[in-house]
Design a protein around this ligand. Structure first.
Ligand code: ATP
Ligand code: MG
Ligand code: MG
Ligand code: MG
Length: 439
C-alpha cells in the first residue's frame, strides 16, 4: 500500500477523551473513530488488524476441529424467554421492537440461538461430539463503556458451543478449548493466563478466564509468579487425545491464578511468599462448561447408544476479538507509538523515502516495494512529499515491526537502512539483503 493512496487519518494531538494508552494510540494512529458511546467505526488500519486477529482465531478453532458458521446479530426474544434469560439478563441487553411489535434483541451472546439450531437438527448421539462457533458482533449496553474498544457496547467476539453426550466428553471439549486458546493468544504475541473464574450469568462450575496482565486491566488478579514462566510454544498437539489436552490444562492451571471473584486468601498463602503476586489484568476470553442448563431448559436432547433420550452436555467459549486490539497495544507500545507483534501487524514493513521526487530514491523504493510484494509481504510505502521527521513519527506511531529507510546518500553507497521498531537498532545493507532479512 502506498500512503498517498491509503486512508490513514493520523492525529497530531492526543485526544483528551482517551484515558488509557491503547485507546489514545488507536485514535492517534487512525484505527478507529467513535460513532456513539462504546460504538466504533473501524478505519482501514484498525480493520486490517481486526481481520488478522479474526483469521488467527478461525485457524486455531478449525485446527481444534471446531466448525465455523454465522448466526445473526438480531434475535427474537422468544428463545430467551424459553431459557429464562430474557428477564434475568437485565439492562445490558439491548431490546428492540420490530414494526409488528414483536420483541427482538441485539445478541449479547448466543447460547439460546445455537441450542435451538442444535435441537432442530440433531437427535442422535452419533452426531456428537459437535462444536460450532462463529465470530460475530455482539451488543451489551454496558453501564460504563470506556477505554475504546476494550469495553465497547458493540464488540466483536468469537463464541463457540460444544455439544456432548457425557460430562466426560464435554470436559474434553473444555480442555480442547483451553489448549486452542493458549495457542491463539501466543500467536498474537500475548501472554494470556488462564485463571479460575466465576460463572456469572452464563452459569456453571467449570470456568476459566484468560487474562493479559496490564496495569490498566479492569480485573484484580492473584497468582503464583511461576505461571508467567509457562509457554505453549510450538508443541504438537492431537486435539482428539483426551489425555494430552488434560495434561496441558493441568500444566497451565494447577498453580494458583484467580480473579478477585474466586480469590481464596488461605490457598493463596500456601504459595511461597516471594512468588505471590497481585496485579491487574484484561479479560480476553473465557471458557465454560455448564452441563445441561440450556439443553434441559430448551429440550436439546439426543438418543444415546442405549436408546434413552438425554439432554446434551454443553459449554460455551468466548474470545474478545475487538478487545484484543486494545490488550495487544497495552502490552506492546512505547512513548512513540504501537509496536505490533509480527503475527498481527497490519503491514509487515514500512518503506520511508527520504527524498520523494529524487529519481534514484523513488526508483529504489519502487523496486523494494515490488520485491517485497512478490515475496508475499505487505509493505506500507510512505511516498508522501513530507519531511523525514514526519514520516518517521508516523511509522513509529503505526508500529510496523520493520522500517526500510531509503535516501540518496545511502544509495550512493549502495545501501538502505533496516530498523527494528522494537529494539530501535538499525543496520545499513544493500536493498536485496534488507528484503531477504524480512522473509
Ligand atoms: P467483562 O467481565 O469484561 O464484562 P464478560 O465476562 O462479561 O467480560 P464474556 O461473556 O465472558 O464477557 O465474553 C467473552 C469475551 O468477550 C470476554 O472475555 C471479553 O474479552 C469480551 N468482552 C466482553 N464484554 C466486552 C465489551 N463490553 N467490550 C469488548 N469486549 C468484551
Ligand atoms: Mg461483562
Ligand atoms: Mg468477566
Ligand atoms: Mg467473562
Amino acid at each position: 500500500m502506498r500512503l498517498t493512496r491509503y486512508f490513514l487519518p493520523v492525529l497530531k494531538e492526543t485526544p483528551s477523551e482517551a484515558q488509557i494508552v491503547s485507546h489514545r494510540l488507536m485514535l492517534r494512529a487512525g484505527m478507529i473513530k467513535q460513532a456513539a458511546a462504546g460504538i466504533y467505526s473501524w478505519l482501514p488500519l484498525g480493520f486490517k488488524v481486526l481481520r488478522k486477529l479474526e483469521d488467527i482465531v478461525h485457524e486455531e478453532q478449525q485446527r481444534a476441529g471446531h466448525i465455523p458458521m454465522l448466526m445473526p446479530t438480531l434475535q427474537s426474544a422468544d428463545l430467551w424467554r424459553e431459557s429464562g434469560r430474557y428477564d434475568d439478563y437485565g439492562e445490558e441487553m439491548l431490546r428492540i421492537k420490530d414494526r409488528h411489535g414483536r420483541d427482538m434483541l441485539y445478541g449479547p451472546t448466543n447460547e439460546e440461538l445455537i441450542t435451538d439450531i442444535f435441537r432442530s437438527h440433531v437427535g442422535s448421539y452419533k452426531d456428537l461430539p459437535l462444536t460450532l462457533y462463529h465470530v460475530q458482533w455482539k451488543f451489551r449496553d454496558e453501564i460504563r463503556p470506556r477505554f475504546g474498544v476494550m469495553r465497547g457496547r458493540e464488540f466483536f467476539m468469537k463464541d463457540g458451543y460444544n455439544f456432548d453426550l457425557t460430562k466426560e466428553a464435554a470436559l474434553h471439549a473444555y480442555n480442547r478449548h483451553l489448549v486452542s486458546y493458549l495457542r491463539t493468544y501466543e500467536r498474537m504475541g500475548l501472554q494470556a493466563i488462564p485463571m479460575r473464574a466465576d460463572g456469572g450469568p452464563i452459569g456453571g462450575d467449570y470456568t476459566h478466564e484468560f487474562l493479559v496482565l496490564a496495569e490498566t486491566g479492569e480485573s484484580e488478579v492473584f497468582y503464583d509468579s511461576a505461571v508467567t514462566d509457562l509457554s505453549f510454544g510450538d508443541r504438537q498437539i492431537d486435539y482428539d487425545d483426551h489425555a494430552q489436552c488434560a495434561a496441558v490444562l493441568e500444566e497451565f492451571t494447577s498453580k494458583y491464578a484467580r480473579t478477585d471473584e474466586t480469590h481464596d486468601e488461605a490457598l493463596f498463602n500456601e504459595v511461597p511468599e516471594e512468588r505471590r503476586r497481585s496485579a491487574r489484568g484484561i479479560e480476553v476470553g473465557q471458557i465454560f462448561y455448564f452441563g445441561t442448563k440450556y439443553s434441559e431448559a430448551m429440550g436439546a436432547t439426543v438418543q444415546g447408544p442405549d436408546g434413552q433420550v438425554v439432554p446434551v452436555h454443553m459449554g460455551s467459549h468466548g474470545i474478545g476479538v475487538s478487545r484484543l486490539l486494545g490488550a495487544i497495544i497495552e502490552a506492546s507500545h512505547d512513548e512513540r507509538g504501537i509496536i505490533w507483534p509480527e503475527g498481527v501487524t497490519p503491514f509487515h514493513v514500512g518503506i520511508v523515502n527520504l527524498k520523494q521526487g529524487d529519481a534514484e530514491a523513488d526508483a529504489a523504493c519502487e523496486a523494494l516495494y515490488a520485491s517485497l510484494t512478490a515475496l508475499g509481504l505487505e509493505p506500507l510505502y510512505d511516498d508522501r512529499d513530507e519531511r523525514a521527521g514526519g514520516k518517521f513519527a508516523t511509522m513509529d506511531l503505526v508500529g510496523l515491526p520493520w522500517r526500510i529507510t531509503v535516501g540518496p546518500r545511502g544509495l550512493k553507497n549502495g545501501v538502505v537502512e533496516l530498523t527494528s521498531r522494537r529494539s530501535g537498532e538499525s543496520e545499513e545493507l544493500p536493498p536485496e539483503e534488507a528484503v531477504q532479512r524480512l522473509v
